[in-house]
Design a protein around this ligand. Sequence first.
Ligand SMILES: *[C@@H]1O[C@H](CO)[C@@H](O)[C@H](O)[C@H]1NC(C)=O
Ligand SMILES: *[C@@H]1O[C@H](CO)[C@@H](O)[C@H](O)[C@H]1NC(C)=O
Ligand SMILES: *[C@@H]1O[C@H](CO)[C@@H](O)[C@H](O)[C@H]1NC(C)=O
Ligand SMILES: *[C@@H]1O[C@H](CO)[C@@H](O)[C@H](O)[C@H]1NC(C)=O
Ligand SMILES: *[C@@H]1O[C@H](CO)[C@@H](O)[C@H](O)[C@H]1NC(C)=O
Ligand SMILES: *[C@@H]1O[C@H](CO)[C@@H](O)[C@H](O)[C@H]1NC(C)=O
Ligand SMILES: *[C@@H]1O[C@H](CO)[C@@H](O)[C@H](O)[C@H]1NC(C)=O
Ligand SMILES: *[C@@H]1O[C@H](CO)[C@@H](O)[C@H](O)[C@H]1NC(C)=O
Length: 819
Amino acid sequence: MNTGCVIILLISLLPGIIIAQSQRDVAEDDEYRSAMAHLEDIERTYQRKYILTAENVENNLYIPQFDSKTGNYRTSLELETPPPPLLVQEVIPLLETAASQNHSEAAVTLADLFMFGNFSLPPDYKKAKQYYEKALSIAPNGHAYFMLGFIYSTGMFGEFEADPERGNLYYQFAMENGDINALLVLAYRNLKGIVVPQDCEMALPIYSKLASIGLHWISNWNHPNEVSYNIRISDFNGGIFGEKLSETSSSIKMRSRVYADLKQSFEETKLNANDHEYVSLYYDGVGHMMGDYFVSRNLTKAFLKFQQCVELGEEIYGANDYKNVGSIDRMYLSSCQTHLARMYFKGVSVPRNVAKAEHYYNMSLKVQATPEVLNDLAVIEEEGLLKKANYSRAVELYASAVAKKSPEANKNLAKLMMKIYGDDLSANAHRSEVYKHMKDAAYLGDTEALFYMGRFLESGLAASADPAEQITCSKTVMYYREFVKRLSRFFTPHLKYAFEELKCGNYKNSLVGYSIAAEQGFEPAQVSAAYLLYQLQPLSEATKVFAVSRVKNAMKYLDGASRQANVDATILLGSLLAGEDPKAQIETDPERAFSYFRLAADRHSSYGAYKLAEMYENGLGPVNNTTDYYLAKRYYDQSLQYREKFDFDRSVTLNKGSLNKAHISWAMLRLRFKYLFNRKAFKNNQMENSSDSWLNAFKKIGKKSPNKEKDFESREHNSRADAHHLGGTHEHDYVESYDLGDYLVIALTFVFFSIFFFQNVLRQVRQIRNGRPLAANQNREAAGAGGARGNENGEQNWGWNGNQFNFRRGNFEFHFFAI
Ligand SMILES: *[C@@H]1O[C@H](CO)[C@@H](O)[C@H](O)[C@H]1NC(C)=O
Ligand SMILES: *[C@@H]1O[C@H](CO)[C@@H](O)[C@H](O)[C@H]1NC(C)=O
Ligand SMILES: *[C@@H]1O[C@H](CO)[C@@H](O)[C@H](O)[C@H]1NC(C)=O
Ligand SMILES: *[C@@H]1O[C@H](CO)[C@@H](O)[C@H](O)[C@H]1NC(C)=O
Ligand SMILES: *[C@@H]1O[C@H](CO)[C@@H](O)[C@H](O)[C@H]1NC(C)=O
Ligand SMILES: *[C@@H]1O[C@H](CO)[C@@H](O)[C@H](O)[C@H]1NC(C)=O
Ligand SMILES: *[C@@H]1O[C@H](CO)[C@@H](O)[C@H](O)[C@H]1NC(C)=O
Ligand SMILES: *[C@@H]1O[C@H](CO)[C@@H](O)[C@H](O)[C@H]1NC(C)=O
């Protein structure tokens, strides 16, 4: 009886309990949902204020002093925009309530807001960390794990104690919970041996998985040519060391500006306003289609321009069936037609219309058969978009596009052959053909082909297709990695976020974005993050100081970039370790500095060889206080050689000014004088004989040919230096004493040179009518002869480095003298 009552009571209460429970869920959800609705409103109305624009960014990217008290960069107050009141007064309290009621997504959203500082909300990393932890206490969440991994790995640059091991553990959890960002980090760490032991076999499956994800994305993606934000922000200032010394090629492509410039230079040279109107329309069109970091793309405008271009062509040449078109017009008109057709074909900015696309492709064929047109027509045939699919016709068309070196056609042909003859390459009689086409596609620059190449290598099919091919884990990973890198728009949305924040002057937020991508192993992001933490520019600012923990983090990223063959990063690391910048407050370690310079020199860096020579000259690093002028000379020579080669390459590819050579010539001169005035000291050291033979050689050269033979001469030097370097003894028969006559020659040459030089200086001064900086600069050169300081200073706008003094002859004189 009693028990019956209790049961009945319970049964009648149970629905009530359940209803109460679900009502609470709804209530929590209500708060979360209304917060999210508000966030959408804010997103729609929020206006950003940019301080960087396309006009002012070049050579002008200035990173303010970081203030460790406020934990932020010192920006001027009027630039700061307050966050929207709706965000602070509504959204955050709502989210806080929801989070306190154990709503996991609310906690994550809140944490993200504090982490990324969306909508100018001042970031608060402590709160962010708390809310990520809160979210995890409710339910596992890949993103929250990842962000905690990031927080522990970096310590947020001094905000927390960094704990790389723990960070790694969180990354691992994030990966297990399906976070793509964590996949990237762990793949990179395993590949390069960061925190975990280096193991390519561990990295491979992760890269393989990433590549599959990327392939899935790419196949639903019809916006090629999107702006890539995978850039080094230091390149806006000409590179880590500025324009005259940096050797890594720039990652920045201001595409819209390039097209505008091309158009302008074309318009300036044409005679008649109506001449070649296609050219202007074409450049306008591609300009709008590409956009860049500051100008967003407008595909509608691009479409209109291309349409205008094509209609003009139809009007003028259509009746005549496109005969007698001039060669310039032919090129541009067919490009316009191709672009227009493609927009119809892919349904970009207009509804997809294959028939119309084919119409324009056909028109373009009459003007000029471009590989793109042939490829696209083949795709139409292959997929049977207009009539029944005809593979043999498609293969024909692909083959004609392949003959014109079309990367896409190579890939499509390989894929079609796989479709016809079977996916299983090992049973495919045409496998070597398939493999060859895919490889060509990858080498010609097709992105998707990289994925297939990786697959072929990984599955071992490459071996059967091409027995000569060496298959290694690192090679397979290389293909996958490059594939992932090309899809940085998809894999690293943080890069775009970082750049947008940089444009607004939110350096702190920008750093978060870049360092996430840096953790993931994107080399440009590593340099950008390092640049936000520590930067050389502007050199004049003596008051800037850097906290040690931040410089250490910068060095970590620079090391990552250095491992990925960024030679400027290698040299900067060496300079930091050599203690060249007292502002960085880094413990000097000449041995490590030496090995970085050595690495840079081995990678044929002129500046690296120069630094190495300097170390030999001053007896730093593993050489233990013994100066070695012989090797110093050798590396200065090398430095000069590399620089000349570099200049040559650069002048071939783009019309850019040559790099700075004066510091090398100056160092050589210095070395000579050190010998002259300090010969006794040199006699005491072990290099006595080699020095003699070097001077001897110098004398000979001086007498023989002050002329163009320099390259040859220095090669001779090098081989001699090599013998020395390898411990071989070289002939003593050079040994002669160095007599008065030689001093005379040198002195006279020097006097001659000085006169020449000062004449130049005077002329220059008269030209610029600005005498003051000259003395300063010269002093600096003289005093700073000992090192990078001098060169780096010289690299500012003024000075013999900066302006080159227009003195080809002077330089030549210098070189002659330096030999
Ligand atoms: C949230 O979860 C924690 C731990 O699971 C629990 O102690 C707390 O009572 C929960 N709070 C609410 C409002 O449900
Ligand atoms: C805040 O910005 C980050 C980075 O762009 C983004 O991932 C996140 O979704 C944003 N959060 C909100 C609530 O908009
Ligand atoms: C693109 O240009 C068209 C026409 O000038 C304009 O109406 C449209 O708002 C622009 N779109 C964007 C995203 O700027
Ligand atoms: C394009 O040319 C092909 C072959 O010349 C023809 O079969 C097709 O009908 C043409 N398409 C259009 C839309 O004119
Ligand atoms: C497919 O194309 C080939 C080559 O152009 C042609 O010879 C063949 O008749 C076509 N087949 C069909 C079914 O149209
Ligand atoms: C320099 O000194 C260190 C220890 O002082 C020694 O290990 C090293 O071999 C020396 N190097 C040379 C080139 O003498
Ligand atoms: C090199 O010289 C410095 C100071 O002249 C001295 O402190 C240092 O111990 C020397 N190093 C070696 C390896 O002899
Ligand atoms: C240097 O030259 C002298 C003769 O001038 C010779 O006796 C000595 O062995 C040479 N030393 C070396 C290291 O070659």
